[in-house]
Design a protein around this ligand. Structure first.
Ligand code: ADP
Ligand code: MG
Length: 568
């Protein structure tokens, strides 16, 4: 018997669930469904990603809809188009055998005319992104006056994306008498703010520990020099031949760069970020879901809430600013009973972030060594041999050709044959990893770094005289009215990073050079890239190389034991 029946789920919905293979409710479903069905209450539901929150609110939402009434009664708000489409599709699946119910996804980037047309026919449940819904409200194409349920899915992300005004405008159009529900993986400031603002005495349902990392996720980190981040990524990927992973970057720009490099280097990778058109994003997601794509390089926002199961790895190419961001990321793996690995690539200065995250998720990271070229080659070889031995041979098809093939191979003995055939598949790796250096930060180096940190009295990043600056070139200058204080103001206005140290500024007639803390280079590039100054679209790029704070313009020579070995 389908266990959802015990929760009071109707037989029509049960039929849909059975055909989806949902037999046993998940813990969050166990708690939310009966409560929603039996009482009118606002609710905050906190449960890790992948625990089935969509069905937890979606099933009652469908069941509680008055099918005789065509007006919109339920509204689900989602931060991104992808999530919106996914939730709408889930609701359609759940209600496949329910008569007289219409659901609709409303999101930007798709034809507004089609959405208006669909709305005209009567839709009882709308799943929407705030921007497009607000647009339709302003055009008077949506009537929210009969809404009885509002659900915020991944609410904190909506606020972080700056949808506050839209949310206010939307909520204003809904009746006072209604139930407001909110679902998220983590409790955050944003969630508390939404609860305070839009809810009355919400029931809080927390599954598992607050903000706990998923149970079957292993957390690992690799420590490398910042300049070796990409090379480290490649090794980690190469060392897991069957990897199926999202690689998280901090900015669109970084996402773009990492994806491009991977593609150039022959990996099966693509990027997902806000700059892509809807069609492009759909295509990338489709390829990724059906595993035609192995590596999806994404920003947090683009990947939030996406339901992709059985990822083998989540890779933090750069850690997020906020430890709760890590919880969201790592929750993308280890889903639906699978085990997963969440990997962070860090530099020496970022060690404190690992400690912060460990506190938050109440789990320990394991520090791993970046594998050597030889280790990777062995791993790849074993995997290749496994594939070969596992391949099914269609004897009927092969037999007529076999004589000819075997004659051609006659002059090779078994050993030679194996070697040749392995080389065919494998020379790329052997070539690339020939003389590959050790990327791990050497222990002596790290210890001396730690000592220095301790002397400074804090493990957190602090500035010192050796701080690294990056020089940026801007295509605007005096003629466009650029002033040093304007540039500094802009840099200090970048959200979420605090004060960024600025070095020399040199403003010329039509251009400007600007030095600023290297660690924030991606954010600075992003901030200026989209700006217009006095009508001119700014372009910004990194001018020349990073250099130490001694300002000699040359990198300092360092002497340490590992050096020779590394240069080999
Ligand atoms: P969340 O919103 O909590 O991150 P989702 O609602 O996206 O999680 O569900 C994650 C995955 O688990 C989806 O693929 C969904 O189809 C599946 N799922 C949810 N509930 C069940 C269930 N009771 N039985 C089987 N699979 C389920
Ligand atoms: Mg969800």
């Amino acid at each position: 018997m389908n266990r959802f029946k015990n929760l009071g789920v109707s037989s029509e919905i049960l039929k849909g669930l059975s055909s989806l293979g949902f037999q046993e409710p998940t813990p969050v479903q166990d708690q939310v469904i009966p409560l929603m069905l039996s009482q009118q209450a606002d609710m905050v539901g906190l449960a890790q990603t992948g625990t089935g929150k969509t069905a937890a609110f979606g099933l009652p939402l469908i069941q509680l809809t008055n099918k005789k009434q065509k007006q919109t009664q339920g509204l689900v708000l989602c931060p991104t188009r992808e999530l919106c489409v996914q939730v709408a599709r889930d609701l359609a699946d759940f209600s496949r055998y329910v008569k007289d119910i219409k659901t609709l996804a409303i999101y930007g980037g798709a034809s507004i005319e089609l959405q208006i047309k669909a709305l005209g026919k009567g839709v009882q449940i709308i799943v929407a992104t705030p921007g497009r819904l607000n647009d339709l409200i302003n055009r008077r194409k949506v009537d929210l006056s009969a809404i009885r349920y509002v659900v915020f899915d991944e609410a904190d992300e909506m606020l972080q994306m700056g949808f506050q005004d839209e949310l206010n405008a939307i909520l204003k159009k809904t009746p006072v008498q209604k139930n407001t529900l909110l679902f998220s993986a983590t409790m955050s400031r944003e969630i508390a703010a939404i609860a305070a603002r839009y809810m009355t005495d919400p029931v809080e349902i927390t599954i598992g520990k607050r903000n706990a990392g998923a149970e079957n996720v292993r957390h690992e980190y690799y420590m490398v020099h910042a300049k070796n981040r990409y090379l480290a990524l490649k090794r980690i990927v190469d060392n897991s031949p069957d990897i199926y992973s999202i690689i998280f970057c901090r900015t669109r720009r970084e996402t773009h760069e990492v994806a491009n490099k991977l593609i150039q280097d022959g990996y099966n990778a693509d990027a997902l970020h806000g700059d892509l058109s809807q069609a492009q994003r759909d295509q990338v997601m489709k390829k990724f879901r059906c595993k035609n794509l192995q590596l999806l390089v994404a920003t947090d926002v683009a990947a939030r809430g996406l339901d992709v199961n059985d990822l083998s790895h989540v890779i933090n190419y750069n850690l997020p600013d906020d430890p709760s961001g890590y919880t969201h990321r790592s929750g993308r793996t280890g889903r639906a009973g699978h085990t997963g690995i969440s990997v962070a690539i860090i530099n020496m200065k970022e060690h404190f972030k690992i400690r912060q995250i460990e506190k938050k998720i109440n789990k320990k990271f394991k520090q791993c060594r970046i594998p050597s070229g030889l280790e990777i080659c062995k791993k790849q070889l074993v995997s290749l041999v496994d594939v070969v031995t596992g391949v099914e041979v269609d004897h009927e098809q092969i037999n007529p050709l076999y004589m000819e093939i075997s004659e051609k191979f006659a002059h090779l003995d078994r050993e030679e044959l194996i070697k040749k055939f392995v080389s065919l598949e494998f020379n790329r790796f052997l070539e690339y990893y020939k003389n590959a250096p050790d990327l791990n930060v050497s222990e002596t180096k790290k210890k001396s770094h730690d000592r220095k940190e301790r002397r400074r009295g804090s493990a957190a990043v602090k500035f010192n005289s050796k701080q690294k600056f990056t020089r940026f070139f801007l295509n605007v200058g005096r003629r466009q009215g650029i002033l040093p204080q304007g540039l500094i103001g802009k840099i200090n206005g970048i959200p979420g990073v605090g004060r960024i140290k600025v070095g020399k500024i040199d403003i010329k007639r039509n251009s400007a050079l600007l030095e600023a803390d290297s660690r924030f280079a991606p954010q600075i590039l992003d901030a200026f890239q989209q700006a217009t100054i006095n009508g001119k679209i700014v372009s910004i790029e990194v001018a020349g190389k990073d250099y130490g704070g001694n300002r000699s313009g040359f990198p300092k020579t360092r002497r340490h034991k590992g050096r020779k070995q590394m240069a080999r």
